[in-house]
Design a protein around this ligand. Structure first.
Ligand code: ZN
Ligand code: ZN
Length: 347
């Protein structure tokens, strides 16, 4: 299973040099069945993902792996907050001839059918093009918790607590590897749990049990929770705790607070000490293959090749290429920091 991190920021996109290594775009993760080592490698192999989890502003980064071909696939949305949906209209490959975009959202009950509810933010006067008219082969479906087969994967959805929007977490399996994705999660809503940071509740455990990678809301730290828990997110210490209790092979800290700089994220990760589970800091541009190679034998963070933007194609704005180059350059630093972090963990 190939996991593509197209956007790792929480709440709102950011800009600025201090955010380049972990990225500026909001939540979007692709799941493919190849073993590409980066965006450009996936584009060259024709291994673009057909299953996408959330469509925040990182959704546009799919163009880097589609190599000019139309997007055909399913987009499983965890919940309808802007940072998980606002990328949908901006991927040109999603309305090229031959496209197919099947959007699945948590059912909205009495609030209305799925497309109508989505268009409360996408139709005029909020946005000029209603979601159902972006392309002829777009669909929007309201769904319920359960397990379905999508794009060659087994996808399980469970309802998890967040704030202000019915929210699902997803578990994706292909028979030989598995991924759990809980980008927005307020476990404190169900009680304090053993560490005062939230319950390790049955839905979270069912999604994360024994997974190769748990991608999880890491918006806050334990020290920040008393002041910020009302926002509906998790602390990094909860994430590693859940990873340990659920027997996850690794956790990926994800949905970084928009105010958090690269340096601050590094500090938080270093401060975890030896958390008892392998910790990866999710970064825009990162492509992983699950199951992960043994940490002692292989660097888990695989860089996107320099030039990925050009190979992956069609962006034409110079500014975009510059941003891509900055990210590529930054990845080397991230890996160094990752190695330093592991060294610190294992003196
Ligand atoms: Zn969010
Ligand atoms: Zn949210």
């Amino acid at each position: 299973m190939n996991v593509f991190f197209f956007g790792c920021r929480g709440s709102t996109p950011v800009s600025g040099a201090e955010y380049q290594r972990y990225g500026t775009a909001t939540s979007c993760v692709g799941v493919g069945n190849g073993n590409a080592t980066g965006y450009a490698d996936a584009a060259a192999r024709g291994e673009a993902p057909h299953l996408v989890l959330d469509a925040g502003t990182g959704f546009i980064n799919l163009e880097r792996v589609l190599a000019g071909k139309p997007f055909c696939g399913t987009v499983c949305i965890t919940h309808l907050h802007w940072d998980h949906t606002h990328g949908l209209p901006f991927l040109r490959e999603a309305y090229m001839p031959g496209h197919r975009v099947d959007i699945r959202i948590p059912g909205q009950g009495d609030s209305g059918d799925a497309e109508t509810v989505m268009n409360r933010t996408f139709a005029p006067p909020h946005f000029p093009v209603p979601i159902g008219t972006l392309g002829e082969s777009w669909s929007v479906t309201g769904t319920e918790p359960g397990t379905v087969e999508l794009e060659g994967f087994t996808v399980r959805a469970e309802e998890i607590p967040h704030k202000g929007s019915r929210t699902f977490g997803y578990r994706v399996s292909d028979g030989s590897s598995s991924l759990a994705y809980l980008p927005d999660h307020k476990p404190l809503a169900l009680g304090p749990g053993p560490a005062g940071l939230g319950e390790y509740h049955p839905a979270a455990l069912a999604l994360a049990e024994g997974v190769d990678l748990l991608v999880h809301d890491s918006q806050h730290t334990a020290a920040e929770m008393p002041a910020l828990a009302f926002l509906g997110h998790s602390a990094v210490e909860y994430v590693v705790g859940l990873g340990v209790v659920a027997g996850a092979k690794a956790v990926a800290l994800f949905h970084h607070d928009p105010h958090r700089t690269d340096a601050q994220i590094d500090e938080i990760v270093a401060g975890l000490g030896d958390p008892g589970v392998r910790v990866i800091t999710a970064r825009e541009g990162m492509v992983l293959t699950l199951p992960l190679a043994d940490e002692a034998e292989a660097e888990p963070v695989v860089p996107t090749e320099v030039g990925a933007t050009e190979a992956g194609a069609p962006r034409d704005a110079g500014a975009t290429r510059d941003a891509g180059a900055t990210r590529d350059a930054g990845e080397t630093g991230e890996r160094s920091n990752g190695a330093a972090h592991r060294a610190a963990q294992r003196p």
